[in-house]
Design a protein. Structure first.
Length: 157
């Protein structure tokens, strides 16, 4: 079906448009199983999904970049918030997820630009690519509270 749509769009002289999170960033974000939210015992990177190796900042829409590692309960808690936030806003922004232990080549540019040595780190870029938030640490003291992310996201518009 998608191939047929792409062919039809090409014949009509228009490129097919990617929609939602599938426009070049990470998709289908979920939490890894068996995460600890109280100690550093989790050996898995906390976020699972598709296109996790993407490192391209979106043009014309906000981009949210998450930096973290395994074995960090603070990263796990912020990942829990990000996955919940993603479920609400996947069609409004591009999400990029960087495992600092295994960054892809495109993600290394993001690490150089926005990562400052502490985890978790989040960078929120507006639709023109300007950083409106670029900080380390958790965005809330309460598990699963996405209100801090919502406030930051509002600044990207």
């Amino acid at each position: 079906m998608l191939l047929a749509l792409a062919i039809a769009a090409a014949l009509a002289g228009a490129a097919p448009k990617a929609s939602g999170a599938d426009a070049g960033g990470a998709t289908a974000l979920s939490l890894a199983p068996n995460l600890s939210f109280t100690d550093d015992s989790s050996s898995n990177f906390p976020i699972r999904g598709e296109n996790l190796g993407s490192g391209e900042i979106a043009a014309g829409r906000p981009t949210i970049v998450f930096f973290g590692t395994s074995h960090c309960w603070n990263t796990n808690r912020e990942a829990e918030r990000l996955v919940a936030f993603f479920a609400k806003h996947r069609d409004e922004a591009r999400f990029l997820v960087v495992d600092l232990d295994h960054p892809t080549r495109p993600q290394k540019k993001l690490v150089d630009a926005y990562y400052h040595g502490y985890i978790p780190t989040l960078a929120f870029l507006d639709s023109k690519g300007k950083a409106v938030y670029d900080r380390s640490g958790e965005t809330s003291r309460t598990r699963a509270d996405t209100s801090g992310l919502e406030e930051i996201f509002a600044k990207t518009r």
